[in-house]
Design a protein around this ligand. Structure first.
Ligand code: SF4
Ligand code: SF4
Length: 220
């Protein structure tokens, strides 16, 4: 179970920028329980985007967005609507955003922050990782998490030790920022690298106990 919280709509609209046609994709797993995904969140987000003058080119609800096979199979039926979209807005956790970014050749924006990994690690069967930092930055890193994949959790590009695409901490591991660069290049989004990320507020990442207390209270 991954706990997520909605990003403010203002932040989401800021990330979408000039992009007009948006494809909405929502997870029906953990995110549904947290009310960041599921049918209701999808309907609400569609209304918010249209109110802000965006065109929703299509929508899809997938049981587990962390499962790339499920995502690819479901999106095969949405090829035309997806093609019309400038980007995808994913109502899911950080793992879900990473999985979707590997399946679609579009910019994938996160609509939520992952704040805790919970007791069980969901159902994702592959290599995507999230450290539940509480301030998801996948929006400008092409769907590759610098918190989970960079040994130094760097947010503003690689350290001086990156060599031939490999991490200086472990020469057998790809440098996360090399992967981010390659991905942004393929998306035509290298200008994202000009953005300066501010120091991270690690208090946004909360413990499982704090989450449980909050969600239990909300359900009473
Ligand atoms: S930036 Fe990484 S660690 Fe933070 S919520 Fe997103 S995927 Fe998770
Ligand atoms: S080499 Fe790349 S992945 Fe390794 S610590 Fe430096 S920036 Fe991070």
């Amino acid at each position: 179970m991954l706990y997520t919280e909605n990003k403010p709509i203002e932040e989401i609209l800021d990330c979408l920028g000039e992009e007009k046609n948006i494809f909405l994709l929502a997870c029906n797993g953990c995110a549904d329980i947290c009310e960041t995904g599921g049918q209701q969140a999808l309907t609400t987000m569609k209304r918010e985007l249209e109110k802000a003058g965006k065109n929703v080119s299509g929508t899809a609800l997938v049981d587990f967005l962390c499962d790339k096979m499920l995502v690819a199979t479901r999106l095969a039926r949405e090829a035309k609507n997806l093609q019309k979209a400038d980007s995808v807005l994913a109502l899911t956790c950080g793992i879900g955003v990473q999985a979707v970014a590997k399946v679609v050749e579009k910019v994938v924006h996160p609509a939520a922050n992952t704040v805790s990994l919970g007791g069980l690690h969901g159902l994702w069967p592959a290599e995507e990782l999230c450290r539940a930092c509480g301030e998801c930055v996948l929006d400008y890193t092409g769907g590759i998490c610098p918190i989970a994949f960079c040994a130094k959790n760097l947010l503003n590009g690689p350290c001086g030790g990156s060599q031939d695409g490999k991490c200086e901490v472990d020469k057998d591991t790809d440098c996360a920022w090399q992967l981010i660069y390659d991905r942004l290049k393929s998306l035509g989004k290298l200008d994202n690298l000009a953005r300066i990320a501010e120091a991270k507020d690690w208090q946004q990442s909360t413990s499982l106990e704090q989450r449980k207390t909050k969600f239990t209270k909300a359900m009473l």
